[in-house]
Design a protein around this ligand. Structure first.
Ligand code: ATP
Length: 258
């Protein structure tokens, strides 16, 4: 069906922590322009998958090829075309957003003029025009999250990996980021998006992957999953993760991230 090669190709991916197997043989093909919503219960293996894809975890079994490069041998080439918003990240608080983005942009080999121009435009688009030159130690969680998001896209990456990117963002920023994800995908960027926010995942994803106990248990568009398993993503989630009798606890877990 797909004429192109997958931009991310994961084969037989296993990960152990000591004797505990937390990824149990994941096989995935992801294509340019797809927005993948990666969901699953706490401890299912989402962050472990993301840390492998971003090169933060290197001891895994199986193979991962990204944009034609093998993750084990060509991690630097892969990092240069990837942007990443981690679940928990630290910023250099003593810097201003523009100084921080200048630092990040230079790590990607960008020219200073381009970094400043893009940083200014992106921060302004996210409502931080008044904060460009203020130290980030006074920033709220949401303001920091916006700077992190800009730092992940400043180099115009082909692939954007987002681990709970909306946490702390206000309603306006959530709308902007959802729109941004859709537009980046239209431009052919690939987005891999981990979240517990089922309503957002439902709306922004072309394809949803549900991981449970280290294995992918559902893989399809929201429409396909609905036809096979149920009416809402939350219901599909609880059904396929064995929490059918505990929908309340699933809802509580999800609402804690909202
Ligand atoms: N550094 C580590 N050492 C040992 N076990 C770990 C480590 N990191 C994660 N794990 C275990 O691996 C499993 C998968 O964890 P992971 O963080 O990938 O889950 P997750 O799906 O991202 O969960 P959450 O929704 O809570 O963020 C869990 O059982 C967790 O306890």
């Amino acid at each position: 069906m797909h004429q192109q090669d997958p931009i991310i190709h994961i084969q037989h991916l296993h990960k152990h922590y000591a004797s505990k197997e937390v990824l149990k043989g994941i096989d995935l093909e992801i294509y340019s322009g797809e927005v993948i919503g990666y969901i699953g219960p706490n401890g299912a293996g989402k962050s472990t998958t993301v840390k492998i894809l971003t090169g933060l975890i290197t001891d895994f079994e199986g193979s991962v090829t990204i944009d034609g490069n093998d993750l084990r041998s060509d991690a630097m080439a892969i990092k240069s075309i990837m942007g990443y918003v981690p679940e928990n990240a630290e910023l250099y608080d003593v810097l201003t957003p523009v100084e921080y983005l200048d630092f990040v942009g230079k790590l990607y080999g960008m020219e200073e003029g381009l970094i400043i121009e893009r940083a200014t435009k992106l921060l302004t688009a996210l409502g931080l025009a008044d904060q460009l030159h203020k130290r980030m130690d006074t920033f709220s969680k949401g303001m920091r999250q916006k700077v992190l998001l800009v730092s992940a896209i400043i180099h115009n990456p082909k692939i954007l990996i987002l681990d709970e990117p909306l946490s702390g963002l206000d309603a306006n920023a959530v709308i902007t980021v959802k729109e941004l994800i859709a537009r980046l995908a239209k431009e052919g960027k690939t987005i891999f998006y981990c979240s517990h926010m089922m309503d957002v995942v439902e709306k922004v994803s072309n394809r949803i992957l549900l991981i449970n106990e280290g294995a992918i248990v559902a893989n399809g568009s929201f429409e396909q999953l609905k036809q096979e398993h149920g009416d809402s993503l939350e219901h599909i989630f609880t059904k396929l993760t064995g929490q059918d009798d505990a929908t309340d606890s699933a809802s509580q877990i999800i609402s804690a991230f909202e």
